[in-house]
Design a protein around this ligand. Structure first.
Ligand SMILES: [Zn+2]
Ligand SMILES: [Zn+2]
Length: 299
């Protein structure tokens, strides 16, 4: 059936092919290639919303197809959702950075969106960008800025032409994945330790009520000893872990604010903005509370 549909496409009998792919999907709704082909056919015929639906079904099964990500980008661009389209072009590039077409559409969309002008001289096109870590000027700037020597201290080596900017951003974005997975690894190893501790505790103390009658004397002795020393253990936990855990949490909350994760202005939903603001408020009130506690302790 699938072969037949493919040969119909080659004969340009798109509607017949479309029907066969639809039949395949009615039998197997997760048939990836048929979902993709249906998206392609509909996109070709300018049925953008329908095409997008099939592509989206595809990515709900498989996120790693650059052509499908690009296809959604196209559907969005054709329906004037430029910002949204950019995200999908970027995903396509991340999956396959060798495809020049992806870059072309990404760049042209990006340029249009940004209308790249200098912030200090809004009538002038931005021509340069600066990557110096010590730079306090606008990082994206025009010829006048350059003549005013705003970036003179680090001009050599840190200032580049604007057409090299996307390349740099994409390269950096790729490397930030390493940073995120580092965070994830840290979190996982902490969780692993906690899980080990908790399951050990459960094994030691839980579900013994029904078994206690059948225990040998030496087993009862062990339970008795453990239970008597339970308070000692709780105190140990309180004194050693609680403080570290609070400090740990504070470090992470501070990092959230330090990295300005609550101020991100791209790729973010309203829901996330609200959440970030709440986190930020929580962070502030926590800091105030801590300062007060410290002040109280110092009295
Ligand atoms: Zn600079
Ligand atoms: Zn300027």
């Amino acid at each position: 059936m699938y072969q037949k549909a493919n040969s119909l496409i080659q004969l340009n009998k798109l509607q017949d092919a479309q029907q066969i792919y639809q039949e395949i999907i009615s039998i197997n709704p997760k048939h990836e290639i048929s979902l993709q082909k249906l998206g392609d056919i509909l996109l070709n015929q300018k049925f953008y919303l329908q095409a997008q639906q099939y592509y989206e079904k595809f990515i709900s099964i498989n996120l790693n197809n650059s052509i499908v990500q690009f296809g959604i980008g196209e559907c969005l661009r054709q329906t004037y959702q430029y910002n949204h389209a950019l995200q999908y072009y970027l995903k396509a590039i991340q999956l396959d950075s060798s495809n020049k077409e992806f870059f072309y559409y990404y760049d042209s969309q990006f340029q249009q969106k940004q209308d790249f002008k200098c912030k200090d001289h809004p009538e002038k096109p931005a021509l340069f960008w600066c990557k110096s870590i010590d730079c306090n000027e606008n990082r994206i700037f025009c010829l006048i800025c350059q003549k005013q020597n705003k970036h003179i201290k680090h001009y050599n080596g840190d200032v580049f032409s604007i057409d090299k900017l996307n390349e740099f951003l994409i390269e950096k974005l790729k490397s930030s994945k390493g940073f995120i997975s580092e965070c994830e690894l840290q979190m996982q190893s902490t969780i692993k330790s906690y899980n080990k501790l908790i399951s050990g505790l459960q094994y030691k103390f839980c579900g013994l009520e029904n078994k206690i009658n059948q225990f040998e004397v030496y087993q009862k002795q062990q339970v008795l000893d453990s239970l008597i020393r339970q308070d000692e253990f709780m105190n140990y936990l309180k004194h050693n872990l609680e403080g570290i855990q609070q400090k740990f949490q504070k470090t992470i909350d501070d990092l959230f604010i330090k990295l300005e994760l609550h101020l991100i202005q791209y790729q973010i939903t309203d829901q996330q903005i609200k959440l970030n603001q709440n986190e930020y408020q929580k962070g502030i009130s926590l800091n105030i509370k801590n300062e007060q506690n410290e002040a109280n302790l110092n009295i």
